[in-house]
Design a protein around this ligand. Structure first.
Ligand code: SF4
Length: 195
C-alpha cells in the first residue's frame, strides 16, 4: 500500500529538528552555496573583484569566498577586465582545465564586449571563446553588481536536476544545464541615506 506523505511544513515534525525536502533540492542548495571562483583578473575591473572579497561586501556571505588560483579546484570563472588576443589563449586553457560542471561570469564592459577598446588587439567579448553565463555591464561594475551576478549563477544551479542527471551517469548538472545568458546592470548602486 502506498502511503501519501505531506511535504509541506509540519510543526509536529519540524519542531523535532527534522526537515522534509527533496534530495535534488538539498544537493542543489549545497552546490549553489559552495561555488569556488577562479579569479581571472585582467585589468581594472579586478580591483572591484578584490573589493568583493573584502569585509565591506564580503562574498563569504554567499559561500563563494574560496578563491582558487588552481583551475583544478574551481567551478566559477570570473573574467574581470580587458582580454587581449595574446591573453585569450591562456584564459581558454585555464577554462578547459576546470572540471565540469562550471560557470562563467563576464565582468564589466571589456570582458562582455571589448568595452571602449575597438582595437585589433582586444577580443570583443570573451564569449567569442567562452560559454558566458552572466554578463555584468559597467566600467567598472560595482561590487554589488558582481554579487548580483553571483546570485544569478546560484539561481541557475538551483534549477538544475542534479540527482536526475547523476542517475543518467552524466554527473550533477551536466546533461541538462540551465543555459541562456543573464545580463546584470553594473552601474547599480544602493542609494545612500542623507544624514
Ligand atoms: Fe577597466 Fe572599465 Fe574595462 Fe573594467 S570595463 S577593465 S574598469 S576599462
Amino acid at each position: 500500500m502506498i502511503q501519501r506523505l505531506d511535504t509541506g511544513f509540519d510543526p509536529k515534525v519540524e519542531g523535532r529538528d527534522i526537515i522534509v525536502t527533496r534530495l535534488d533540492s538539498a544537493v542543489d542548495w549545497v552546490r549553489k552555496n559552495s561555488c569556488w571562483p577562479m579569479p581571472m583578473g585582467l585589468a581594472c575591473c579586478a580591483i572591484e573583484l578584490m573589493a568583493v572579497g573584502a569585509s565591506r561586501f564580503d562574498i563569504a556571505r554567499f559561500g563563494a569566498e574560496v578563491m582558487r588560483f588552481s583551475p583544478r579546484q574551481s567551478d566559477l570563472m570570473i573574467v574581470a577586465g580587458t582580454c587581449v588576443y595574446k591573453m585569450a589563449g591562456v584564459v581558454k586553457r585555464v577554462w578547459d582545465q576546470m572540471p565540469n560542471p562550471k560557470w562563467c561570469i563576464a565582468m564589466g564592459a571589456c570582458a562582455s564586449s571589448g568595452g571602449m577598446y575597438r582595437s585589433y588587439a582586444v577580443v570583443q567579448g570573451v564569449d567569442h571563446f567562452l560559454p558566458v553565463d552572466v554578463y555584468i555591464s559597467g566600467c567598472p561594475p560595482r561590487p554589488e553588481a558582481l554579487l548580483e551576478g553571483l546570485m544569478a549563477i546560484q539561481r541557475k544551479i538551483a534549477q538544475e536536476k542534479a540527482i536526475e542527471n547523476m542517475k543518467k551517469g552524466d554527473g550533477p548538472g551536466l546533461s541538462a544545464p540551465v543555459h541562456g545568458p543573464i545580463i546584470v546592470r553594473g552601474e547599480y548602486a544602493p542609494k545612500l541615506k542623507a544624514k
